[in-house]
Write a protein that binds this ligand. Structure first.
Ligand code: GDP
Length: 139
């Protein structure tokens, strides 16, 4: 199954702006199958643990505050070459650098509030998926 699954979150500002339905539609329309889906909110502690890999980066505190600031959608997605294809679909971290047709180009507010998360490796996709979903929540 290596390479067939990735993990995403629709981030708080995109949910608050009412973009979640359109973003999910774009994801499914681009050939990703939803394996798991949850509407939830990270506590500050959970957001800190999720982004622990970024602990040394200067924006870690801001990132954790932001990701705990409101509800999100978390999802595991399936497609061949899922991680790489999803990174292409979401576009560059900074929406001003994101290509036309990408989710971040269409919906991100800024480099920090950039609408969606996408795992950056197959290994992290697995870890991040398990952070939110037990094996019996993956279909
Ligand atoms: P990604 O893999 O494209 O999501 O980007 P990174 O791994 O570099 O960063 C993780 C997340 O941290 C991004 O998606 C942004 O939400 C946030 N982030 C990145 N750069 C900055 C920044 O300069 N300031 C703040 N506040 N947040 C940032």
């Amino acid at each position: 199954m290596a390479g067939t699954r990735t993990f995403t979150m629709i981030k708080p500002e995109a949910v608050a702006a009412g973009h979640a339905g359109k973003i999910l539609d774009m994801i499914i329309g681009n050939g990703f199958r939803v394996v798991s889906l949850k509407y939830t909110r990270l506590s500050h502690k959970e957001a800190g643990a999720f982004y622990e890999v970024h602990k040394e980066r200067p924006f870690y505190g801001e990132l954790v505050d932001y990701m705990a600031s409101g509800p999100i959608y978390a999802a595991i997605l399936e497609k061949s070459n899922a991680m790489e294809d999803f990174r292409k679909l979401i576009g560059a971290t900074d929406p001003s650098q994101a290509a036309e047709g990408t989710i971040r180009k269409a919906f991100a507010e800024s480099k920090a509030k950039n609408a969606v998360h996408g795992s950056d490796s197959d290994e992290n996709a697995l870890i991040e998926g398990h952070f939110f979903f037990s094996s019996r929540e993956q279909y």
